[in-house]
Design a protein around this ligand. Structure first.
Ligand code: C2O
Ligand code: CU
Length: 493
């Protein structure tokens, strides 16, 4: 069985019913390691004539020292490069599929036409290449790229296919933000894995049971850029972390061990108008946040995560029944290295959309078949009965929504059974309300993914075309939900 599980009881929704299932209980607090934070290779597209080659390939990677295991990566044994592209440039990408199976590459958060989006219809057969020309025309942001072949997305990402794309529009220099890659500007890819004692991570599509699908693949070990509790040596000053949750299903609830204040400067779609001071940050699958952390006191400090609250009250308890928080990674500031010391008071005033301009209102009900409308669900056999949106599982041959280019719409998203991180391709949105309230300050900017526990109302801005041959997807970013059909597709003409 692929996942580490322990027996526990879990209730559904408001705990109307409960049953005994096998499911992972929480993270194991790892022994302190001495691994340095791996820094993915930087591809600065402009410096190589805006031609980028990415090779989806087999690799071997040791999550546990001395115990390498089979993985996938983009031009790397596991994960992939950080691709930096400039606004206004045209980037000729060649994706080479050196795997033995079909894949796609989706540019998550990139505003590009449907034919360049890399969704499940844009298959790259084993041994073949795909050559999209990406016109970069959106504000500075941290995006990412990953496979999207229907029914195999979860496994391919779990095996390691994930890379970051940074869009640079000159704001970093203008605002004098930390921007020295690998020094005071660090990509932080958060994932969780179940790693066997022989070092292997396995994911078998044929071995998933109803619970793996209902809860998504969850491991008991947090990995950062492919390493367990790594140490980052950082300047004793301001450091920018580009956080990406690339887990299949897990939400991370981040804080520093001393609960220091840090500043959120950007979300999925780019900069916020001003930094938002917080001591805690929840990041759900596929979300990105950029944060500034002040290490000028020179003290070594751990970044921690709490258990996933979305797993119900039992998610709050660590396996040994004690520690609530586990270490994600360590930071060790070095006094001589400080580069930037000042947090700007204002960032970038984002272009906004107005709710009054919306031309339509649509409802989307996300059902992972966990418990909703099946209060008697108590045995594995009668769940999941339905996984889909508005009562329909995904169908590659069906267009669910037709939108008009250059318009905005209000999308009301309702989650049934559990919280779903809802993502829209080819568009950014503003959160008008979340769980009945206006969004907190750090969720006010442009987003492409939002965790919907109960209900969210979004104002979606459609400015990229997508035809019936190459429609855009919207879906839950718990990858097992997506693969099982919690996805729909829309055109924009
Ligand atoms: Cu991160 Cu449909 O994608
Ligand atoms: Cu979901």
């Amino acid at each position: 069985m692929m996942l580490t599980r322990r027996k526990f009881a879990i209730g559904c929704g408001a705990f109307a019913s409960s049953a005994i299932f096998d499911a992972p209980l929480g993270f194991t607090d790892p022994a302190p390691a001495d691994t340095h934070l791996p820094i993915p290779m930087l591809i600065d597209a402009a410096k190589q004539g805006n031609a980028v080659h990415l090779k989806a390939m087999f690799g071997r990677h040791a999550f546990i020292k001395g115990k390498p295991t089979g993985t996938y990566g983009y031009s790397a044994p596991v994960l992939g490069p950080v691709m930096r592209v400039r606004r206004g440039d045209e980037v000729q990408v060649t994706v080479e599929n050196a795997l033995d199976t079909v894949t796609t590459v989706h540019w998550h958060g990139l505003l590009a036409p449907g034919y360049n989006d890399g969704g499940p219809q844009q298959l790259i057969q084993a041994g073949e290449n795909w050559r999209p020309v990406l016109k970069i025309n959106q504000p500075a942001a941290t995006l990412w790229f990953h496979p999207h072949p229907h029914h195999d997305t979860a496994r391919q990402i779990y095996m390691g296919l994930t890379g970051i794309m940074i869009i640079d529009d000159g704001s970093d220099a203008r605002l004098d933000l930390p921007r020295t890659y690998g020094v005071d500007d660090l990509p932080i890819i958060l994932q969780d894995r179940s790693i066997d004692s022989d070092g292997s991570i396995g994911y078998d599509n044929n071995d998933l049971n109803a619970l793996d699908i209902a809860y998504g693949a969850r491991g008991d070990t947090v990995v950062v850029n492919g390493a367990i509790t790594p140490i980052a040596k950082v300047p004793a000053g301001l450091v920018r972390l580009r956080l990406l949750n690339a887990a299949n299903a897990q939400n991370f609830d981040l804080r520093f061990k001393d609960q220091r204040t840090f500043h959120i400067i950007a979300s999925d779609g780019g900069f916020l108008a001003a930094p938002v001071a917080v001591t805690q940050l929840m990041i759900s699958p596929a979300e990105r946040f950029e944060i500034l952390v002040d290490f000028s006191d020179g003290k070594a400090i751990a970044l921690e995560t709490g258990p996933d609250k979305e797993m119900g009250e039992f998610g709050r308890v660590a396996p040994d029944g004690s520690a609530d928080y586990v270490v994600v990674m360590q930071f060790e500031p070095t006094p001589t290295m400080s580069l930037v010391k000042q947090i700007p008071s204002r960032l970038v005033e984002p272009a906004t959309a107005v709710a009054a301009s919306a031309v339509r209102r649509r409802q989307f009900v996300l059902d992972s078949g966990l418990c909703a409308s099946r209060p008697q669900a108590s045995a594995h056999t009668d769940m999941p009965a339905l996984i889909g949106i508005n009562g329909k599982p995904f169908d590659l041959g069906r267009i669910d929504v037709e939108t008009k280019l250059g318009t905005t719409e209000i999308w009301e998203i309702t989650s049934i059974g559990m919280a779903h991180p809802f993502h829209v391709h080819g568009a950014m949105f503003h959160i008008l309300s979340i769980e009945g309230s206006p969004p907190p300050a750090h969720l006010i900017g442009w987003k492409d993914t939002v965790l919907v526990e109960d209900k969210a109302v979004l104002l979606v801005d459609f400015n990229q075309p997508a035809t019936r041959q190459h429609p855009f997807m919207y879906h839950c970013h718990i990858l097992e939900h997506e693969d099982a059909g919690l996805m729909g597709q829309y055109v924009c003409t």
